[in-house]
Design a protein around this ligand. Structure first.
Ligand code: FES
Length: 104
C-alpha cells in the first residue's frame, strides 16, 4: 500500500541541495529545486552510483560516477550512459514536513 511518510523538514535541505534518506527500506534522494522538493531513487540505473553525491543543477542531477543526467521531476534519464529512468515519488509538503509517497 502506498502512503505518504514523513521524511524530514523543509529547513533541512537548502535550495540547490540534495539529501538522501532511508524511507521504508529504500534510499531516496530529496532534491530542493528553488524551494520545490522532488524525490527520486538515490541509486543510478547505470551502475548504482549514489545520486545524492552528484551535483544538482536546476532540475537535473548528475551521477557522480559516469556523469549521466537525470530529470529530478520525473526520474527520466537525459544522457548516456544511463538509459533507464530512476523511480520518482510524489512529494507533499505539510507545514514544515516533507512527506514522500512510497509503498510500505
Ligand atoms: S553509475 Fe551513474 S552514470 Fe554510471
Amino acid at each position: 500500500m502506498a502512503e505518504f511518510t514523513k521524511v524530514t523538514k523543509t529547513g533541512d535541505i537548502e535550495p540547490g541541495k540534495v539529501k538522501v534518506y532511508d524511507v521504508a527500506g529504500k534510499q531516496i534522494a530529496i532534491c530542493n529545486v528553488d524551494g520545490t522538493f522532488y524525490a527520486i531513487d538515490d541509486v543510478c540505473t547505470h551502475d548504482g552510483g549514489s545520486l545524492d553525491q552528484g551535483e544538482l543543477m536546476g532540475d537535473q542531477i548528475e551521477c557522480p560516477r559516469h556523469g549521466a543526467l537525470f530529470d529530478v521531476k520525473t526520474g527520466k534519464a537525459l544522457t548516456l550512459p544511463a538509459v533507464a529512468p530512476v523511480q520518482s515519488y510524489p512529494v507533499q509538503v505539510d507545514g514544515d514536513d516533507i512527506k514522500v509517497e512510497v509503498d510500505v
